[in-house]
Design a protein around this ligand. Structure first.
Ligand SMILES: NC(=O)c1ccc[n+]([C@@H]2O[C@H](COP(=O)([O-])OP(=O)(O)OC[C@H]3O[C@@H](n4cnc5c(N)ncnc54)[C@H](O)[C@@H]3O)[C@@H](O)[C@H]2O)c1
Length: 253
């Protein structure tokens, strides 16, 4: 049984993680940490890591960048692996996460869906074959409450594709700002916002008289929670170091 602690357990994702841990026969939540809010769980919930007395096998974090110091301090002191899913860290905090990975196992990904990470791998393969002759455009769609654009996942896709191209491409977000023909060496990135769309990403490879499109649709936030719990089970037995969805995928492919 893998004993899990959930940071941000009173939030939207924290709730889905608690449900996902409970429905997995190999995992059990032993405590949660959340600075705010209230949700009734069977496990204890602490306001900060200073109050924690138990030691989990792994921490799953869907909270806020402000929680990073307390969590890493506890994890380093007690040698507990961390699955870090929170987004919006500063460059210094990302550096802090990489530094901590020298001593403990850390799984860090801005998108915990297995499907999205497979899409990234497929897009890289397609770019290797088609990248020289096809134009590449990415379209992402999200609900009307999302404030940032483009999505971090659209950028993850663009960065992964860029790695495989011979020439570094230019990302173009606002075509209405330029009255000129598309350059070959571009990746267009477009954002749609509306309704309750959980998250859709489409990579279009447009060639002469043919188009290849790769698409992923997240239909609920539960996919991210399920991915994080899978990652936690994987990470609990790993040595120190930085891990990401690619490691989990290659253990499955
Ligand atoms: N990696 C992924 O696949 C993925 C998917 C969905 C969401 N996220 C990210 O996960 C995070 C949480 O998302 P959410 O939708 O659940 O948000 P949310 O606002 O519903 O929940 C965040 C929780 O963190 C708690 N919190 C805030 N500051 C804290 C602190 N200093 N210490 C402890 N707890 C603190 C809040 O009280 C809240 O309960 C966001 O950064 C979001 O972008 C990542």
């Amino acid at each position: 049984m893998v004993k899990v602690a959930i940071v941000g357990c009173n939030g939207k994702m924290g709730f889905f993680v608690a449900e996902s841990v409970e429905s997995n026969p190999w995992t059990q939540t032993i405590f949660g940490v959340d600075a705010f809010g209230e949700k009734k769980y069977d496990f204890p919930v602490y306001k900060s890591f200073d109050e924690v007395t138990e030691k989990p096998d792994v921490i799953i974090d869907f909270s806020n960048p402000a929680a990073l110091d307390g969590m890493l301090g506890y994890a380093l002191k007690n040698r507990v692996p961390c699955v870090i899913c929170t987004t919006g860290y500063s460059a210094e905090q990302v550096e802090q996460i990489h530094k901590a990975a020298e001593s403990i196992a850390i799984f860090y990904s801005g998108n915990m869906s297995l499907g999205i990470n497979l899409l990234i791998e497929l897009a890289k393969q397609a770019a290797k074959v088609l990248g020289d002759s096809f134009d590449i455009e990415i379209v992402e769609k999200h609900h009307n409450l999302k404030v940032d654009a483009p999505s971090g996942t659209a950028l993850m896709l663009a960065d992964a594709i860029s790695e495989t191209l011979e020439q570094e491409p230019q990302y173009v977000y606002n075509r209405q700002c330029y009255r000129k023909k598309r350059e070959k060496n571009e990746i267009g990135i477009h954002s749609v916002r509306g309704g309750t769309i959980v998250g859709e990403h489409e990579v279009i490879f447009a060639g002469h008289d043919e188009v290849v499109t790769l698409t992923h649709q997240a239909q609920s936030k539960e996919v991210f929670a399920a991915g994080a719990v899978n990652a936690a089970v994987f990470l609990a037995s790993q040595e120190s170091g930085m891990y990401h969805m690619g490691n989990l995928l290659s253990s499955k492919i």
